[in-house]
Design a protein around this ligand. Structure first.
Ligand code: NAG
Ligand code: NAG
Ligand code: NAG
Ligand code: NAG
Ligand code: NAG
Ligand code: NAG
Ligand code: NAG
Length: 449
């Protein structure tokens, strides 16, 4: 009799416990009773995320059991009770649930949190891919999500070894991914909060997204590109990209330029897909805020595409795909590195001496270094020089008969390139330079690539 009564009470309690269903995320605060029932499945990933507070404050603890669907797992332990360890406000546990299971919460108080259940890996995650900063002006920035969908480009083969045209036709973009941008002044200390989508998206993001679209910037794949305006000059910002609603990429940092910085942003040039930076040009025709292939003057783009066309013609005189000039690189690598180099030297990148790192490869204003004579002369701007490695990569990837040569670091290279940042400037040791990279995730850009 007593046994039956207890069973009845246990059932009633179990019935008050929400059943978590697959691929759904439950938002909760102050659950009562503090238990959630899990479905039975051969494998489940249970993930939790905190949605408020600070990483320093006391945080709730989460326990999961796969022993039965009526247990009450907690810090008391027991058979098959596991703690979901939180790091930076989120955590997950993956295991087998032949007869269902239960998640128990302790010490949550009023703190809102989320629980997600999936058979395809945790729904909450800190991604190891990073967003990317194109460039900024005093009030605007071009920002990119991590690359999420690599293009499926065929490898050309002899005898029909066709290299992309100077102005390549872009493959069809993938289905739009739900990617959310979070930007906030670094002084708001977002990095000390739970690094979770529910926390970060609950904050007011800075600026206004004027445009959001997909862009195939390089071989890493398609990214969401955001044009953000309404930022404050000379301010360090923290940026995250939220993918699939609950996965967090970032943080990375960028700094807006001085308010006197006058170079507009340029991006979305199919012949120079990696370009997303400020150039010494007059403001684009109103109402546009940035230049792209639709409004960049032909006098600036045509010389570049013509050189690329001619280069490709000459490269094609080599029996690409039949004869090999190197065991490791191909005509395709040659054309692609040449394109990157040509774009970097043809489209000067503006820098702001006030906010650039002290060691950056800056060419002071009005120095005569304009390689694309179509740029309007007399502009007062400081140039961020291309990295010498954009040149040496081309030298390494192209056949000798093209006669492509880079200036030597010990002679005059530093007049026209940033030397010694990525590779050593003394002996050219790869990666042996002062920074080992042309930029970092903290907003420093030392040379242009
Ligand atoms: C619970 O999960 C653990 C770890 O995955 C496993 O060793 C154990 O056999 C599971 N218990 C049951 C009842 O399936
Ligand atoms: C050569 O390749 C291009 C691009 O892959 C294709 O469009 C073209 O039809 C091919 N030509 C021949 C003769 O196979
Ligand atoms: C956003 O960018 C796309 C692609 O460049 C363009 O077609 C569209 O007109 C832009 N929208 C606005 C509002 O600028
Ligand atoms: C995209 O994400 C936002 C916020 O994370 C969400 O509100 C919206 O429903 C999502 N849209 C789609 C189509 O998944
Ligand atoms: C490209 O080749 C054409 C034809 O050979 C030539 O007339 C033109 O001057 C070349 N352009 C450049 C920029 O080298
Ligand atoms: C060029 O810019 C510098 C730094 O912003 C400024 O000091 C100088 O007066 C400017 N010169 C001209 C001619 O505008
Ligand atoms: C921006 O803030 C980050 C984090 O505090 C810092 O590491 C970085 O150096 C700052 N960048 C600049 C340019 O001040």
């Amino acid at each position: 009799m007593l046994f039956l009564l207890l069973l009845h009470v246990a059932r009633a309690a179990a019935q008050n416990r929400p059943l978590l269903t697959l691929d759904n995320v439950y938002s909760q605060s102050a659950p009562s009773p503090p238990f959630f029932t899990l479905p039975s499945a051969s494998q489940l990933a249970i993930s939790v995320a905190l949605c408020s507070g600070n990483l320093d404050t006391a945080v709730p603890r989460f326990f999961v059991t796969n022993s039965s669907s009526t247990a009450s797992p907690g810090s008391g332990g027991g058979d098959d009770v596991f703690e979901i360890i939180l790091s930076q406000g989120q955590g997950s546990w993956t295991g087998v649930f032949p007869s269902g299971g239960v998640v128990g919460v302790e010490g949550a108080g009023q703190m809102p949190f989320e629980i997600g259940v999936s058979q395809d890996g945790p729904l909450h995650e800190i991604l190891d891919t990073q967003p990317l900063v194109g460039d900024s002006t005093g009030t605007a920035a071009l920002l990119f999500s991590p690359a999420y969908s690599a293009p499926t480009t065929g490898i050309p083969a002899y005898p029909n070894y066709s290299l992309p045209a100077a102005i390549p036709s872009l493959p069809a973009p993938p289905a739009p991914t739900n990617c959310t941008l979070v930007v906030s002044p670094t002084s708001n200390s977002l990095t000390s909060m739970p690094q979770t989508a529910c926390m970060l998206t609950s904050l007011k993001s800075s600026g206004t997204i004027v445009n959001e679209s997909l862009w195939l910037r390089d071989h890493e794949g398609w990214r969401t590109e955001w044009l953000l305006t309404g930022l404050t000059a000379k301010t360090n910002y923290t940026m995250y990209a939220i993918q699939e609603q609950h996965k967090v990429a970032g943080p990375i940092f960028f700094t807006t330029k001085s308010s006197s910085f006058s170079c507009p942003l340029v991006s979305r040039l199919p012949y120079c897909p990696m370009i997303a930076y400020a150039m010494p040009l007059p403001p684009p025709p109103s109402p546009q805020v940035v230049y792209d292939s639709t409004n960049l003057p032909a006098g600036i783009s045509d010389p570049v595409t013509e050189v690329l066309t001619n280069f490709t013609t000459v490269l094609n005189t080599f029996a690409c795909g039949r004869d090999f000039y190197s065991p490791i690189v191909t005509c395709q690598d040659c054309q692609s590195t040449y394109r990157t180099w040509l774009c970097a030297i043809s489209f000067p990148r503006c820098a702001d001496p006030d906010t650039a790192p002290a060691a950056a490869a800056l060419l002071p204003s009005q120095a005569p270094n304009m390689r694309n004579s179509a740029f309007p002369p007399g502009n007062n701007y400081t140039q961020l020089l291309p990295c010498l490695e954009a040149c040496t990569a081309t030298d390494r990837a192209c056949p000798n008969f093209l006669g492509f040569k880079c200036p030597l670091p010990r002679f005059n290279a530093a007049q026209s390139y940033g030397v010694g940042y990525i590779d050593s400037g003394v002996d050219g040791e790869q990666g042996g330079g002062s920074t080992g990279a042309w930029s970092d995730n903290y907003g420093n850009v030392w040379c242009n690539w």
